[in-house]
Design a protein around this ligand. Structure first.
Ligand code: ZN
Ligand code: ZN
Length: 361
């Protein structure tokens, strides 16, 4: 792994050296980006990468031992505050223009950093690390594939216990327990269980509602594995579904398949969203699908590319995304179906494989 992280730092250094900012170095303060570039998973670290690829990691004493183990090839400074320490160091090393992550550094902290004696000139770097993170390498995809496999297995293990009489919260906890038992570090995000009328709320928080026969129940969940986030949704029926329930289920599934089919390298993300959205709109439910088709996943649960009608971007080979259309009928219920998949030149690779036939329990 150290090799892989060094390659990532070198790619970042090339970008900084060639970029319009023409900076001498870049200060990375988003901890998820520090993790991507070093392997260190922490809540407090910063990384200084010079345009020639040389790098210095700064973290506090809580993470020093881990840092020495996971990135032994990196110069380590144990101090806090981290960004301030590296800024002073950059100034001493002769850095004149220091690129920084303007989407992470607060106005407050920017004031502190620029006031440091001998500080370089700070120039906004854009989001160079997020851009590098967009296309995954095969090692990352292997971790994501395992996160999705754990999620599939957990859902299969959970389903036999799902029955009328349990609450949404009980169902959510049981499903999360299966994910952890099957090897997840933890759930990748707060599990959504939305039953009956609550299914009309796309991000319903599971509560004390008791599941009942006649409900559609939506489960949106995923496992975290090796830092990578799985994300999947299935809607199941408790008892024989009513005609309207089956109708919107079939509609959402058709839309989801259309979206997945459009997800190919080079595709405009708006066009992929539209491929799914048109199916739902043509059935008269356009107003009942109020969110984007999907999003990238990786070291974060929501990352680039975001796929919505108002989002621009292009899909590329080896970019993992979700496809998650839904139809939500206020007061009645809803359906969402979501998979995590990888965009490939040879056709989309589905990572979540649980059946999408309507499960009637
Ligand atoms: Zn989801
Ligand atoms: Zn999602």
């Amino acid at each position: 792994m150290p090799d892989q992280h060094r390659r990532r730092r070198e790619a970042l250094a090339r970008r900084i050296a060639d970029g319009t900012e023409a900076a001498d170095a870049v200060l990375i303060t988003r901890v998820v980006n520090v993790r991507y570039l070093t392997g260190l998973d922490s809540s407090n670290a910063a990384l200084l990468v010079h345009a020639d690829g040389e790098a210095v990691l700064c973290t506090d004493s809580r993470y020093a031992g881990t840092a020495r183990r996971v990135c032994p090839d990196l110069e380590l400074v144990v101090a806090r505050p981290t960004a301030e320490t590296l800024t002073a160091r950059a100034g001493k090393a002769g850095v004149r223009r220091l690129a920084f992550e303007a989407h992470d550094v607060t106005v407050d902290r920017h004031g502190t950093l620029t006031a440091i004696d001998g500080a370089p000139e700070f120039v906004a770097a854009g989001r160079p690390v997020e851009e590098l993170r967009l296309v995954k390498d095969e090692e990352e995809l292997a971790l994501l594939r395992e996160a999705c496999a754990i999620s599939d297995r957990a859902f299969a293990a959970f389903l036999p216990s799902l029955a009328p009489g349990m609450t949404e919260r009980e169902a959510a906890i049981a499903l999360e327990r299966h994910m952890v038992d099957l090897g997840a570090e933890r759930p990748a995000f707060h599990t959504i269980v939305a039953s009956g009328p609550n299914g009309a709320l796309p991000h319903h928080r599971p509560g004390d509602r008791v599941l009942a026969r006649g409900d559609l129940v939506t489960f949106d969940f995923g496992a975290l594995y090796g830092g990578y986030h799985a994300d999947m949704t299935r809607t199941v029926a408790l008892g024989e579904p009513a005609d309207w329930q089956r109708e919107i289920y079939d509609l959402v599934l058709s839309a989801q398949l259309a979206g997945i089919a459009a997800a190919e390298p080079g595709a405009d993300t708006r066009r992929v969203d539209r491929a799914a959205r048109t199916v739902i709109a043509d059935a008269g439910h356009g107003d009942h699908f109020p969110h984007g088709l999907g999003h990238g996943v990786g070291l974060e649960i929501h990352e680039a590319p975001l796929m919505g009608y108002d989002k621009t971007g292009k899909l590329m080979d080896r970019v993992p995304i979700t496809a998650e259309p839904g139809v939500y009928l206020a007061g009645r219920g809803g359906v969402r179906i979501e998979d995590t998949l990888v965009v490939r030149g040879s056709g989309p690779e589905l990572l979540t494989e649980t059946t999408k036939d309507l499960l009637v329990l």
